[in-house]
Design a binder for this molecule. Structure first.
Ligand code: NAP
Length: 306
């Protein structure tokens, strides 16, 4: 069993990481590092440095804080010789994640940049189906109510918090898993609330390496029905991934899938990476977001209050 510590015991750590580790045959939750929360029955520390000093047997850490503080924490954990699981997005910038890749390689530890949506039940069957198809177009709709899913989270609106790309990057992580070749951003429109620093909505125009158009609409102002869908038209019919990748149909015919188990699968993968002394870091979803921030057209819209 690999003894693991969680850093940043907030929403995703509590909802997903703690249950997935508890159910895992490979990991034991040994400690947490969080300023305002603790998990029952395990050692609690206020910060990562204290946890590393107090728990020399903890071999791995999961970094579940907001992305703006992830790089510094990962560097600290790598320097202490621990394997590192990064929540998505792996860092706030591309240069930070490059730095972590080099540091992990030098230290000989596993670095896993997780993309939980890639482990949604429909993603691998969709990928297998697409292998011999000619894609003609792709449409992504990732529209949700920020007040429902991110109540009171201020970091998400601050520089490095990504705004609507925080959920949108999940769609991009599926897209870049489905397509074997690089996706190219051609145009982006970003709408930012007048009193915030990160976008509430974005429209991206991209292309596959074969030139097929990809349109993505991300919007955090969606009330009522929420949509997390990717529709792919091909030479022989269409594929629809819905519910964030956990539902799949071909030409309108629903496909049987196992139940949702993204975080269980993430921890199985992390254990295999540690066993094989490998890293898994794919920056392509973050690169598309960075390209949108680099080249996008900006406009301001109504101020946002929680
Ligand atoms: P969160 O609950 O707002 O934050 C997680 C925890 O990080 C907080 O409870 C806090 O714990 C700590 N933290 C907050 N700000 C910090 C700061 N400036 N410095 C150090 N620690 C800080 O966020 P979350 O929703 O769990 O998201 C965390 C990460 O997981 C994000 O990258 C997000 O994209 C990703 N994620 C979230 C979801 C989701 O559904 N929410 C799903 C998948 C992935 P203490 O105050 O106790 O230290």
């Amino acid at each position: 069993m690999i003894r693991i510590g969680i850093v940043g015991l907030g929403k995703i750590a509590t909802d997903q990481h703690v249950p997935a580790i508890t159910a895992s045959a490979d990991f034991t939750l040994a400690a947490t590092a969080s300023r305002n929360a603790r998990a029952d029955g395990v050692a609690s520390y206020l910060d990562l440095a204290a946890m590393l000093a107090g728990e020399p047997d903890v071999q791995a850490v999961s970094l579940c804080q907001p992305p703006q503080v992830r790089h510094a924490a990962a560097r600290t954990a790598i320097a202490a010789g621990r394997h590192v699981f990064l929540e998505k997005p792996p860092c706030a910038t591309l240069s930070e994640i490059e730095d972590l890749m080099q540091a992990a390689a030098r230290a000989g530890v596993t670095l896993f940049a997780s993309w939980h949506s890639r482990f949604a039940a429909g993603v691998e069957p969709a990928r297998a189906w697409l292998v011999d198809k000619q894609i003609s177009s792709i449409e992504i709709d990732w529209k949700e109510d920020v007040r429902q899913w991110h109540p009171g989270q201020d970091w998400i609106w601050q520089p490095g918090g990504l705004g609507v790309f925080d959920p949108g990057i999940n769609a991009l992580s599926i897209l870049t898993r489905l397509l074997p070749d690089p996706v190219r951003l051609e145009d982006a429109k970003l709408e930012t609330p007048a009193n915030r620093e990160a976008p509430v909505a974005a429209t991206l125009a991209m292309r596959t390496s074969d030139g097929a158009p990809i349109k993505a609409e991300f919007d955090w102002r969606q009330t009522g029905k929420q949509s997390w869908t990717i529709r792919i038209d091909t030479d022989v019919g269409d594929l629809l991934l819905a519910e964030g990748g956990n539902s799949l149909s071909f030409d309108g015919v629903p496909q049987p899938l196992p139940g949702e188990g993204e975080y269980r699968a993430l921890y199985d993968h992390f254990a295999a990476l540690i066993r094989d002394r490998r890293c898994d870091v794919d920056v392509s979803p973050l690169r598309l977001v960075a390209d949108a921030f680099l080249t996008g057209h900006r406009s301001y819209t109504d101020a946002f209050y929680h």
